[in-house]
Design a protein around this ligand. Structure first.
Ligand code: BG6
Length: 489
């Protein structure tokens, strides 16, 4: 049944680009195949290149084949989906350029403009759309990260977009918020009474967030070299994960209730000084090494010249508030690491006093809650229990996992792990904003990141080399070992 906020038109700028091809169009197809797209919903892709509608539809079919489940593309679903598609070439940065969108947009009551474009164009595209009178009171706009390269540039972009779109009609995507397990973190914390009383500095020793990728930068260096791992991953995905772990319980699931809590966490992040940068952070850049059993080139070889951009960051973040005082959050992300792993590990403190003596004393290990987001989704709590059987000289203990393995959820017939964008696109269609990032969130995140970058500059910290296929520079281990802790590897 149609809801009062349902959109009826999706205009995809950058419609022939990589993101559109790999993520957005397949996500829209899967939503449609499962009956989630409204009747009469149209998808208009646009890019500079001249292309016929038929040629575009054929391209979409090809990209879908690469993502489709083993049983292939459902012919009925494809017939319905392809009938929604259209293509118009335009220069989206000029009001005269977007004139060609007028005819297809006529009659659309609630359009979504999705900018799968370089963020440097966001302001100009909004101006062009506004200038051509294409922005109605209910038109929504979707922006991809990175919004800016620092606080100043993100303010400029946000202000330019804000001239034409009210904040509640701006949907800033962080695709990590569309991942099932990221949302599950909210369920885990606030749908169980078990964890919340323990979720603080009385019981938790520290938190680790790792986003490890095996892929290198490859031919994305044109974008990447200007940003590096700090701005590409930490500013957005990793700080969002940190916020969801650290935030206070929101009063409800209203978008602003959730986002208010996240902003408070960002404001409580301790700013890096030069000395802290040296002690509490590590920058790395991959050199030649191995990836998946094959020799892999150094980043500078891919880039074609020497560069001071980091492809690895490890840092210790401190949240200065009552709940988290004294609980470090260790963050680590990098390209060309030995495995793909996105994981949040909550390390609890040891029991305050051990009644166990003898060998059991050494068996005793503190509880740990590990939330795996990728490649598999799982939530695992390790608990101590008695080693079964008869032992002499006192009981032996062992650490056992209590697992909510979500693999099963994807193993039934027809079950499929959804692309994170499916959740987010569906929410844009319905105007649901909770999983999108508000302007002040983006800006607070940049404020903190700018502090890190500035401290690096002041301390003269350049990236340390690490071999492709390793866990980053040695300093990343020293960083966590300095506080007598270790990465959960
Ligand atoms: C993107 C970054 O936002 O996220 C990429 O720009 C990174 O550099 C990607 O590879 C990781 O996303 P995921 O969903 O594969 O973990």
């Amino acid at each position: 049944m149609a809801d009062a906020h349902e959109a009826d038109m999706f205009v995809l700028f950058g419609g022939t680009g990589d993101l559109a091809r790999r993520m957005l169009l397949p996500s829209l197809y899967f939503l449609d195949a499962d009956g989630f797209l409204p009747e009469g919903f149209r998808i208009l892709a646009s890019a500079r290149a001249a292309m016929s509608r038929d040629a575009f539809v054929a391209e979409v079919r090809k990209s879908l084949a690469e993502r489709a489940p083993a049983e292939g593309i459902n012919p009925d679903a494809w017939a319905r989906f392809s009938a929604r598609l259209d293509y118009v070439s335009c220069d989206a940065t000029r009001a005269e350029g977007v004139e060609s969108l007028k005819a297809p947009l006529a009659g659309a009551r609630r359009a979504i403009f999705y900018l799968a474009l370089s963020p440097s164009l966001y302001g100009r595209v909004c101006m062009a759309l506004g200038g051509a009178d294409l922005v109605g009171p209910e038109t929504r706009i979707v922006l991809e990260k990175p919004i800016g390269r620092d606080l100043e540039s993100s303010r400029v972009i946000n202000a330019a977009v804000g001239e034409f779109f009210a904040e509640e009609r701006i949907f800033r995507i962080d695709h990590y918020l569309g991942k099932e397990t990221v949302q599950n973190l909210i369920a885990l914390r606030f749908a169980n009474s078990l964890f919340e009383p323990l979720w603080n500095n009385l019981t938790i020793d520290h938190v680790q967030i790792t986003v490890a990728e095996t892929e290198g930068v490859g031919d994305r260096w044109g974008y990447y070299d200007e940003y590096g791992a700090l701005r590409d991953m930490v500013q957005n995905h990793m700080l969002q994960l940190l916020c969801l772990v650290a935030m206070e319980p929101p009063s409800d699931m209203e978008p602003d209730s959730l986002r208010n809590e996240k902003v408070k966490v960002l404001r409580s992040l301790r700013r890096f000084t030069r000395a802290e940068a040296q002690n509490n952070s590590v920058r790395g850049q991959y050199g030649a090494g191995m990836a998946g059993g094959e020799p892999a080139a150094a980043y500078e070889t891919e880039r074609g010249q020497e560069t001071g951009t980091e492809t690895f960051v490890a840092l210790r973040a401190d949240i200065d508030n009552w709940r988290w005082a004294g609980v470090p959050f260790f963050l680590r992300t990098g390209k060309r690491l030995p495995e793909r792993r996105t994981q949040i590990a909550i390390q609890f403190k040891p029991v305050p006093h051990s009644i166990f003596d003898g060998p059991a004393k050494a068996d005793l290990t503190p509880n740990r809650l590990v939330i795996d987001l990728q490649p598999d989704e799982d939530i695992e709590l390790t608990l101590m229990n008695k080693s079964p059987g008869l032992s002499q000289g006192g009981m032996r203990l062992q650490s056992m996992p209590l697992s909510l393995s979500l693999l099963r959820a994807y193993s039934g017939p027809g079950a499929r792990r959804r692309i994170a964008y499916e959740r987010l696109l569906l929410d844009v269609v319905h105007g649901a904003r909770a999983l999108f990032v508000r302007r002040d969130e983006v800006e607070e995140a940049w404020r903190w990141i700018d502090g890190v970058a500035e401290a690096w500059r002041e301390a003269g910290m350049t990236p340390k080399p690490y071999a492709a296929g390793s866990w980053g520079p040695a300093g990343a281990f020293a960083l966590i070992e300095r506080s007598e802790r270790a990465w959960n590897d």
